[in-house]
Design a protein around this ligand. Structure first.
Ligand code: KG4
Ligand code: ZN
Length: 347
């Protein structure tokens, strides 16, 4: 079955073609294209939702034509469409879903609405050496920070999550505070390379909370306070602040991930979402997990941030498990707020 995947929940338009007849998920992805709006939003220091929606409208059709051309297929070859139904920006989601449903209606093929985080969660399966179920997933994106126990496709049990800011949000807000360009996470990580991560004693929020929840808003405030006390925030001090912040955030993410492995008895940790691209997080997790005799799996960098491939994959796996969704009329909806455990079936 040839599944077209469409992602438009935030500031990236992603389209991909996935052939579920190919058994190996690393090879089943026939083509994918992505347009990132980062340059457009940069001037505003963050995503402007209305601009995001309008840009998705401009990009979708050329991206679709591009992936068909790359894969040497035509529209008539597509058997089903998987589209991000939520969570995300309502206008941005509406553009992708309206596009998907209009195309599906015209072509008389079914559409399956995908949870964006399920896409992230399953994205490490598209590798040469994918993890097998069950595993613990650390989902670290701009909007979410969650530890999940994944026992199969659609079988997700929440172990812990952030009580305030998401990890990516904390990176972005701290970067903004330091006057770094948008998107903040990668900018802060780059600057941190030049800093001393011991220069500022920042808190490790909820490290000893006794549960698997996170909190990041206090960390960002601690950086603001430290910057004020330092008075002179020259480039070297900024680099020290960035490095100290990154170290504190990574320490907490690593410690909680280890506790989740211990609590579930799992030997596999999967890291997904944009912050999964962070080099220090990758290095620290790899070293710490190895000490426990466990393994950590990272999606390829291209699959860490938003993309259409993970949506096509999630759609294909759901269809494989549940059969194709029934094609219906013109009605459709989006779910800007949508908890991942709401789509989980009992394991
Ligand atoms: O998964 P994603 O592309 O979008 C959401 O679904 O949110 O994640 C984007 C988040 C942003 O907050 C971005 O700053 C962060 O991931 N990010 C990073 C890095 N690359 C992206 N954070 C820290 N270090 C990075 N290298
Ligand atoms: Zn995402």
């Amino acid at each position: 079955m040839l599944v077209l995947g469409i992602e438009s929940s935030c500031d990236e338009t992603g389209v991909a073609l996935y052939d579920s007849a190919v058994a190996d998920p690393a090879r089943a992805l026939l083509s994918h294209r992505l347009h990132t709006q980062a340059a457009m939003h940069e001037a505003y220091g963050g995503v402007v939702p209305e601009l995001a929606s309008r840009d998705h409208i401009r990009r979708l059709l050329p991206l679709l034509e591009g992936v068909l051309e790359d894969a040497g297929r035509t529209r008539d070859d597509i058997d089903a469409i998987a589209v991000t139904e939520g969570p995300g920006l309502v206008g941005a989601l509406l553009v992708g879903t309206a596009f998907a449903h209009a195309l599906a209606f015209a072509m008389k093929i079914p559409v399956i609405g995908i949870h964006h985080l399920e896409g992230h969660l399953l994205s490490p399966l598209m590798s040469e050496d994918p993890p097998s179920f069950p595993f613990v997933a650390l989902l670290v994106s701009g909007g979410h920070t969650q530890l999940m126990h994944v026992t199969g496709v659609g079988q997700y049990a929440m172990l812990g999550e952030t009580v305030d800011d998401a990890a990516g949000e904390a990176f972005d807000k701290t970067a903004k505070l330091l006057g770094l360009p948008y998107p903040g996470g990668p900018s802060l990580a780059r600057l941190a390379e030049f800093g001393d991560d011991q220069a500022f004693a920042l808190p490790r929020p909820m490290l000893h909370s006794g549960n698997l929840d996170f909190s990041f808003s206090g960390l960002k405030t601690a950086v603001a306070t430290a910057a004020r006390h330092a008075g002179n925030t020259c480039d070297a001090v900024k680099a020290d602040l960035a490095a100290s912040f990154q170290r504190a955030a990574v320490d907490v993410l690593v410690a909680k991930s280890m506790s989740a492995l211990k609590a579930t008895g799992s030997k596999r940790l999967v890291v997904a979402g944009g912050v999964g691209a962070n080099r220090l997080l990758r290095e620290e997790l790899a070293a710490t997990v190895a000490k426990r005799g466990a393994r950590v799996y990272f999606p390829a960098l291209a699959w860490c941030t938003d993309n259409g491939a993970m949506i096509a994959l999630a759609g294909a796996l759901r269809i494989e498990r549940d059969g194709p969704p029934v094609a219906h009329g013109l009605g459709f909806g989006v779910r800007p707020r949508w908890a991942l455990d709401a789509i989980a079936s009992p394991s």
